[in-house]
Design a protein around this ligand. Sequence first.
Ligand SMILES: Nc1ncnc2c1ncn2[C@@H]1O[C@H](COP(=O)(O)OP(=O)(O)OP(=O)(O)O)[C@@H](O)[C@H]1O
Ligand SMILES: [Mg+2]
Length: 501
Amino acid sequence: MAYLEMQSIYKSFNQVPVLKDVTLELQQGEIHALIGENGAGKSTLMNILGGVHQPDKGLIKLNGQAVEMTSPKKSQEYGISFIHQELNLVSDLRVYENMFLGSEIRNKFGFVNVEEMCRQTTDILTKLGVHINPKEYVRNLGTSYKQLIEISRALLHKSKIIIMDEPTTALSDHEIDRLFDLMRNLKEDCISIIYISHKLKEIKSVCDRLTVLRDGKTVKTGDLESETLDSITHDMVGKSLSEDRMIEHEELGSTVLKVEDLSSPEQFKSINFEIKKGEIVGFTGLAGDGRTELFESLFGYRKNYKGDIYVNGKHVIIDHPKKALKAGIGYVPKDRKENAIIQDLNVIQNMSISSLSHFEKNGFIKGKLEQKKFTYYKDQLNIKVHNPRVTIDKLSGGNQQKVIIAKWLELNTDIIIFDNPTQGIDVGAKQEIYQQIIRLAQQGKAVIVLSSEALEIMKICHSVYVMYQGEISGYFKGEDATEDKIMSYATGSKKEAVPVG
Ligand SMILES: Nc1ncnc2c1ncn2[C@@H]1O[C@H](COP(=O)(O)OP(=O)(O)OP(=O)(O)O)[C@@H](O)[C@H]1O
Ligand SMILES: [Mg+2]
């Protein structure tokens, strides 16, 4: 008998059915992958298990006993911990306070025992290889730390079932390895993990079994051993996807962006590159390679850098995003929740917010025009949303990401930088994002794609720069890119001077 059974679960939001007869069985001590396209219902199903939402119909059994997850607290009492896709920490509290929120340790006089909570926090963080002061405020920490703190919190509560909804999006390769080691240890202790991710390779390497959802239904469940990346993709999207390059060798236009000797203390050094009209240039490397810092500087988020930037041959000084936009540079940031979406606005507003002038007449926003434009992007990017007037947090994670991309497409800059554009996007939808990027290039834009996924770079880039410790360590044509080649430059085992011009 399975430890957890979710039987025939149904759930609708505003009369729109999202889960239609979903079944999930979880054994003790297994890592179970829950996969499916953006909007398939994975987070919703887990929200039901986590007591956040109530099912319209269906049964949940733990150890053979029917249970009702009437609230998140109840679910936690049943030994279930939920690490949410969109992180859930309180920024204005300290690390240890977040860890023990609602379950503070008190001494025999009833006072909170700060030192004991700090000690336990440090213990768990150390297991994950994280060294931060437990008294640090969460707001001062980077996203990867926040993700690790959420994971630590689940460990602290000695849960029987841990739900991880895309836990690795903000982690470096090294941190991911540690997390996987830890997950394997948890398994030994008979803890079960439900693991949601769009990174199929990760799933293959760490999970034991899988359940695939498509359009709110369970379409498959079984052992992962007998599956291949291709067979999983096929179950998820209903077809196989090609791994071939999506662009051909093309004649490129004049140089649009040229960067000379850009350096910033401890971030990046002596960066030289240029991009032509119609070109898609990839920047890749391992975490900490400096590429995000480099392009945040180029977009004016960071001021502490030296060097020269030319746009269409004209020297420009960029010390603020406004100046970058004026120079024709756009930047789709990574970490959707922290940098991009505006929670209180609806889906359409999130698309139009940065280019309101496009929709304005005599000081009024023309709702119809806005709506029409949104419909255009909805079709182009296949954004799944029933009613675009709901706040953006009602969309599935991957669909939020697509709205952010639409926002930047609408800004229509000549140069557009995508930082990790397919974060949280399912394998099928990735293809749509790639096509959109290629379309931009065909329209004559210069596109920069920052990505740690070699395959992504190999598929859509005309040329590739690899970075290592803040420097460009390799440069080659997209058609010459291989995973091995990228790795050898990214790890610093190979390095060569980059041809300029
Ligand atoms: N609170 C809500 N109100 C209205 N609709 C919702 C709500 N929560 C989820 N939905 C809708 O339910 C559907 C399934 O969303 P869910 O977040 O479960 O997808 P997912 O499989 O986790 O996708 P992703 O991989 O993009 O995270 C989506 O169409 C979403 O818009
Ligand atoms: Mg989700």
